[in-house]
Design a protein around this ligand. Structure first.
Ligand SMILES: [Zn+2]
Length: 334
């Protein structure tokens, strides 16, 4: 069997667990990322478009990208954000071991764990695993009118956070708009050597109720709704990326955040908008994170060469100018 066919088959089996055919509703949100080009998002109707997918072709076409998929279905095309998250059929643990010893400890802990996982994915790093438990009925985040049900969202997040606490894994996957690497696709992060994310185990018949995980429920209250985020993500937004500038904070204070796409992707107002010769739509300038670093792209001609370093420089220069202004004001009032 050719490599593309084998990898396509893995992606297909994975997606069928995430969105059970004939039952899941809404759109699958795919996100294609690398450091060189603007991220691309795609939405596929789960009932009509996903079943038509030629998976080996998909694997081949997405090869230059990091390929992620939203864990939750989206109600409509066009946004990956929280307010568009409709339902999810899985619980997940995202474990990133730092060494073979840590990974072995995790494997052992997982072997003794009940309920038994439905799927295990080696996500690209040799010591990292994504573990999934399939639910026999979905967690539905929205009511019929399309409004978020905060109690349902919180229950789901507390379950995922509780599992993360139990396994010592990443709590950020509790974020409802979370996207996750697809098995069968390539991990392009530096140092991964182009490793392919691999579906190690898949038993779709293993299905559970959310209540089966009540033992691991993290205590209430957890942040839910509005601007609050699970702890992992909030911590990173506060600049523990080693950035000397709290970039998202700086951009938020300037009123440049236009749309939070969820999972480390934002549409922003371009700092150089005054140089644009045509009106900007909201989706033309984007900030995202890749391999724990910020990336910036603006689609306008004047900004074609601008990268994240220019944004940092802009923010620094602006802060310096503001400091000089304040100093001048202080001199005048003396
Ligand atoms: Zn621009």
């Amino acid at each position: 069997m050719s490599d593309l066919i084998r990898r396509g088959r893995q992606a297909h089996r994975f997606v069928d667990v995430l969105f059970p055919p004939g039952r899941a509703r809404g759109y699958a949100n795919l996100r294609l990322l690398n450091s060189r080009t603007l991220p691309a998002q795609r939405w596929y109707d789960i009932a009509t478009e996903l079943p038509q997918f030629e998976w080996p072709w998909f694997i081949e076409r997405t090869a230059p990208w990091e390929t992620f998929i939203g864990l939750a279905t989206r109600r409509a095309r066009g946004s990956g954000g929280r307010l568009n998250c409709w339902e999810t059929w899985v619980l997940i643990v995202d474990y990133d071991g730092k060494s073979a010893e840590e990974a072995a400890r995790f494997e052992q802990q997982l072997r003794g764990f009940r309920p038994e996982p439905t799927m295990v994915v080696k996500s690209g790093s040799p010591h990292a695993r994504h573990v999934y438990w399939k639910l026999h009925t979905p967690v539905v985040f929205m009511d019929d009118a399309g409004a978020i049900r905060p109690d349902v969202e919180e229950r789901y997040q507390r379950t995922v956070l509780g599992l993360a606490h139990h396994f010592g894994s990443d709590p950020a996957v509790a974020d409802t708009p979370r996207v996750i690497r697809m098995p069968g696709t390539v991990n392009h992060k530096p140092g991964r050597g182009g490793a392919v994310a691999t579906l190690l185990d898949c038993q779709p018949e293993l299905q559970y109720a959310l209540e089966d995980f009540a033992e691991w429920l993290a205590p209430a209250p957890v942040p839910s709704g509005g601007t609050a985020q699970p702890a992992g993500r909030r911590g990173r937004e506060n600049g523990s990326f080693g950035d000397e500038v709290d970039l998202l904070g700086e951009i938020g204070r300037r009123g440049w955040l236009l749309c939070d796409q969820g999972s480390d992707m934002w549409f922003i107002k371009c700092p150089w908008q005054h140089q644009h010769t045509t009106r900007s739509g909201v989706t033309e300038t984007m900030l995202w994170r890749w391999d724990d670093r910020w990336c910036f792209r603006c689609m306008h001609g004047h900004c074609a060469e601008r990268r994240i370093a220019h944004v940092y420089e802009y923010v620094r220069i602006e802060r310096e100018l503001a400091r000089l202004d304040r100093a001048a004001d202080a001199r005048q009032t003396r």
